[in-house]
Design a protein. Structure first.
Length: 306
């Protein structure tokens, strides 16, 4: 399992490196970065959620596992909000919200799906969509409040009417009602959904290219946030999963979802809401690089406990 996860992470890193080079040679500028970010958030991600549910056959045992994964995923996000709020205080600086977002929300779709698919196959991908649903529900409500730095009906409304939120609810409803979209429409949506991981890693690479890497590596605060995201929260989730006594496939899937690096969505939302996207991309880059070691290590530890 260690080798398979490591190989997938290396492949994603090279896509990010390619995007980094493209930005440095001015093949892409910041306007292009913002356009690709919006395309990913508003079109590609929603199609991915719908296609995954449409291509999974309804099975009572799978549904039971999915419901357990939903519960565990919601607990993971509530735990993340509690820990990040307690450890990352407003007094730490103006980018407190950026740090909280990146410490609690993981790259469960862009990195989690390829990793789980390589280890557990289709069943694992189905279960990790539960983590993605929880991620989308929280990030498009609580996450927007973080980015806007205020709570208002306007924030919540934007989250609820967002394409990602609507697609998530639609996908779940269609699945449980066993409604299938026309094959032609589904095939077309699959073409778009397949762009998910490459575009996400390219957005990250474009953003990292604008950062001062030397300064990033010397910033101890980034290591602190990375510790919360990659080690503290996943280890705490091992304890939660142990208490829940979940089936092995479900537990492993939720754990990998929680152990993934900071979400690319954090950088894309920072761009969209004009926050410090450079710092967000630095947190994403650092956690992504470190996750090559931490994800296999967390999974290895879980095998002795779960």
């Amino acid at each position: 399992m260690f080798i398979l996860i490591f190989e997938q992470l290396v492949k994603m890193f090279f896509i990010m490196l390619l995007a980094f080079i493209c930005y440095k040679i001015k093949l892409v500028d910041q306007n292009g970065n913002r356009s690709v970010s919006n395309l990913l958030l508003m079109v590609v991600n929603p199609f991915l959620i719908i296609t995954v549910y449409q291509e999974t056959e309804y099975d009572p045992d799978m549904v039971h596992g999915l419901l357990l994964a939903f519960v565990a995923a919601f607990i993971a996000h509530i735990l993340g909000i509690a820990i990040s709020t307690a450890l990352i205080r407003p007094s730490s600086g103006p980018d407190c919200s950026i740090e909280r977002f990146n410490s609690m929300y993981s790259n469960c779709g862009f990195i989690g799906i390829p990793l789980i698919n390589s280890v557990l196959g289709g069943n694992g991908v189905f279960y990790i969509t539960a983590y993605m649903v929880a991620f989308n529900l929280f990030s498009w409500t609580h996450g927007i409040i973080l980015m806007e730095k205020k709570c208002s009906l306007k924030n919540l409304k934007e989250g609820v009417v967002s394409p990602m939120f609507i697609a998530t609810i639609t996908a779940v409803v269609l699945f449980f009602l066993r409604i299938q979209l026309p094959e032609l429409a589904l095939d077309s949506m699959n073409y778009v959904a397949d762009m998910n991981t490459p575009l996400a890693m390219m957005v990250a690479g474009f953003s990292v290219a604008q950062a001062d890497l030397g300064k990033m590596l010397r910033n101890l605060r980034i290591y602190f946030v990375s510790f919360i995201k990659l080690i503290l929260l996943p280890v705490l989730m091992i304890g939660v999963l142990k208490l829940m006594a979940l089936p092995a496939e479900v537990a492993t899937t939720v754990l990998v979802g929680a152990a993934c690096p900071a979400a690319t969505t954090g950088t894309m939302m920072a761009i969209r809401y004009r926050q410090n996207y450079t710092y967000s991309s630095e947190l994403f880059a650092m956690t992504t690089v470190l996750s090559v070691v931490t994800i296999p290590a967390v999974v290895f530890l879980s095998e002795f406990i779960l």
